[in-house]
Design a protein around this ligand. Sequence first.
Ligand SMILES: *Cc1c(COP(=O)(O)O)cnc(C)c1O
Length: 368
Amino acid sequence: MPKAQETVLEIDLKSLEHNYQYLRSKVEPTVKMMAVVKAFAYGSDSVTIAAKLEKAGIDHFAVAYTKEGETLRAGGIEKPVLVLHPQPHNLTLLIDNCLTPSLYSKHILTEFIKTAEALKLKEYPVHININTGLNRLGFGLEEIDQVITLFKNTLAVRLVGIYSHLAASEDLAEKEFTQGQIETFKKASGKILKAFDHKIMRHLCNTSGILNYPEATFDMVRTGIGLYGYGNSAQEDKKLKPVGTLKTIISQIHNIKAEESVGYNRAFIAKRDTTTATLPIGHADGISRIYGKQKTAVLINDKEAPIIGNVCMDMIMVDVTGIECKEGDQVIIFGKERSAEKLANNAGTISYELITSISQRVKRLIID
Ligand SMILES: *Cc1c(COP(=O)(O)O)cnc(C)c1O
């Protein structure tokens, strides 16, 4: 690994390939895999990640918003891209980029049909989202007959996928609830399948769904966090490899006396003579204020250096008392040597939030 000279997010494509093959091995060979590359591929780089996965044989992609799909197409990605959460105002952009909409309400479904008919499209492929208990997006079970009728009454669109999303697939204490979601999905999707003659794909599982409910993989699975190296359990984390490593360096070292303060609002008061290091990374880079005030630490020469005081916009200060280090030395925030999950948990959040927060100001360095 190269030595960082500034704050950098290293993206290791070998680890991505490893995670993809591991998750692939968890489902039957006939089950298709959809890589979720929303939010810059969970804070990394969506086109780079998608291109690598396309080469490795992924079947499908998913993004949250239409613009994210447009970025993939501009980057040369050719496999189908499902837009999980489109809005009525950019349906033409979605169609122009050959993206597949997930239609989740009567409003967006009728708007999409109207747009497709106006453009004289024939059998444009779409998926629908069924709400089985997450109560976020999706058709209610009582709407299914109407949905079937809307599809039967148009030639412009063709229903090619039905899916739902699990609310607590990582939480085995919620097994009964999840099994209820699986049953509801089977029933609702079964009814729709019966109403049409053509092949319609079903998909339900996210990463933890794949790992905890292998009986519910249906025709395709959607995996996000697992591809990036986190499995929502200590056991799975051991099998996966973090793709992103966030590194920075020491800009300056200070020796301060007991009773002196560090940073804004004097949020750290030294109890003893203290050595501090200032690092060029702050909340504008994605390390939010929740990581400050000694709630978490960074790694310097294999030692934990607690983040002291308030996180600034462009800097953090860490306590390096007793740690052998100098200006210019390497600092690891998270990555292979140091789990983003643990760092996030110490601050009261989860790996998903930490890794997707790394802002576009941080340089991405691709390692293949
Ligand atoms: C984000 C998302 C996923 C990916 O979930 P992971 O837990 O990261 O695997 C799958 N499906 C939907 C609908 C999502 O919004």
